[in-house]
Design a protein around this ligand. Sequence first.
Ligand code: F6R
Length: 608
Amino acid sequence: MCGIIGIIGRETVAPRLVDALKRLEYRGYDSAGIATLENGQLDRRRAEGKLRNLEARLGEDPLPGTIGIGHTRWATHGVPNEANAHPHATARLAVVHNGIIENFRDLKADLAADGYTFESETDSEVVAVYVTRQMDRGLGARDAVSSTLKRLEGAFSLAFLFTGDETLLIGARRGSPLAIGEGRGEMFLGSDAIALSPFTDAVRYLEDGDWTVVTRDGAEIFDALDRPVERPIRRSVGKAFYVDKGNHRHFMQKEIYEQPEVLAHTLGSFVDMTTGRTRLPQGQVLDFSGVRRIAISACGTGYYAALVGRYYFERYARIACDLDVASEFRYRESPLADVDLALFVSQSGETADTLASLRYAKEQGLKTAAVVNVQESTIAREADVVFPTLAGPEIGVASTKAFTCQLIALAALAIRAGVDRGVIDGEGELELTKALAEAPRLVNAALHAEGAIELLARDMATHRHALFLGRGFSYPLAMEGALKLKEISYIHAEGYAAGELKHGPIALIDETMPVVVIAPHDRVFEKTVSNMQEVAARGGKIVLFTDESGAAAGAVKTTHSIVLPDMPEILTPIVYAVPLQLLAYHTAVQMGTDVDQPRNLAKSVTVE
Ligand code: F6R
């Protein structure tokens, strides 16, 4: 999930490489580096940690040259230090890599037996050294790369720069994304269109197995069998992308506050707001009338959105849903004969496990659909049907607005499916879409709880553990709330179905354990109250997120209560997500962690 960039241009390239890396830093921030050529001489600067360390290094010791490559790293093999930072270089070349070379140990042993040495612990360096050996054996750069690619196992995108040749970059893609940007008299390689957006909006995406030879005048593309191929130029929407926190302290907070607007946007492509009727986003065709079973997979927060989606499809469309985390779906070998649709949920559209599951489903002959936020992503390009969420670029590593947009898209799709299948009549459809249309207003109301949540967060920050409980629609939210808290505050948190408490986790309850309970006054409210009583009886500290009716029931003594307006059941996951996000956010601020770039994480997980 590293970010890579390559530029072959006419002006000094180092500041432009750094600018592009800033847009790619969401992919990893363990270390960063760039390499350039000046008078044919290869030179590089690398630094451990955030990009600002590399910038400082370049400030002291700038790099000249009009051609270069850059990298921001999320460590897989080897600790995040300078020696393991990319670009990796030999006397002949430098390379940046995103992905994992699975057979690197074999290749390394083979190269070592030939007398080649290594400076790092990474899998990536073997690519540099292997190509070098091919060149030492007399091959030109192109043939050296293409013959090396055939020896690599695993997932990668690569960009190469060659000593002595200021007219050439070579890129390659298998598994991890790589795009070619076309400028006037200059060309670019990048992990995504966002990285290329300051330079060009004319982008070609390499397909799996493709590699490309890039000069200042254009790019030749070859497939895995080295046959020349054409890939279409797409106009990227990345130009509209602007990295700015507005008046907010962090991207995460800004993105939490954007939710009323992006929810309205997303809902608009699934519901005709003038008639209240559901529809599919423009250009997408899918008739749910024959769909009886859906297999859904996703990762992380997307998985919790998918879990809510399952409840929606089962409740409103009477469609049975199988649900897997994507890393399990593809290896579980579940019989898929009675599955009518495979559905994937992803913000980035590049998550390796989700993408592999999509491809697996296609191989099994299933129709595929994806709820996806990045419209130019691989998942968006490969799924048969695409349901875009219109959350806009999400920069904070912890997903917030993409999650609630996934929820509203899944809710609208479930209603649409219910209508197609004759489970919901016209009146029922109008009632449900009218409820969804209230989401922006109610999310806005939930944002008003920020002051109370900030106080609650001060208390939460004094604990090392927390439990989150919910039932029904609130069960996935309990898990999402726990994930958010642990991701950014590093407090250990677990989400449970409230009814499961007595089957084990109740042993953890004592007067020091905060138990966050998500309990709108819905059909399972009384059951959740019983579980809260079990906690109270053991002295646990109850933090209750409920609505006015739930608060009026006054069933249990709580340490803190956050009270939201009453709302239709279909909306509760969307609206209750907001105070949970704010709780994680303010707890992290209290703890002084790096909210937007928490340790060990990356925004786009393109390795298995
Ligand atoms: C959590 C988070 C991750 C992602 C997961 C899947 O806040 O952001 O758990 O949800 O890595 O990513 P996408 O949705 O891009 O497939």
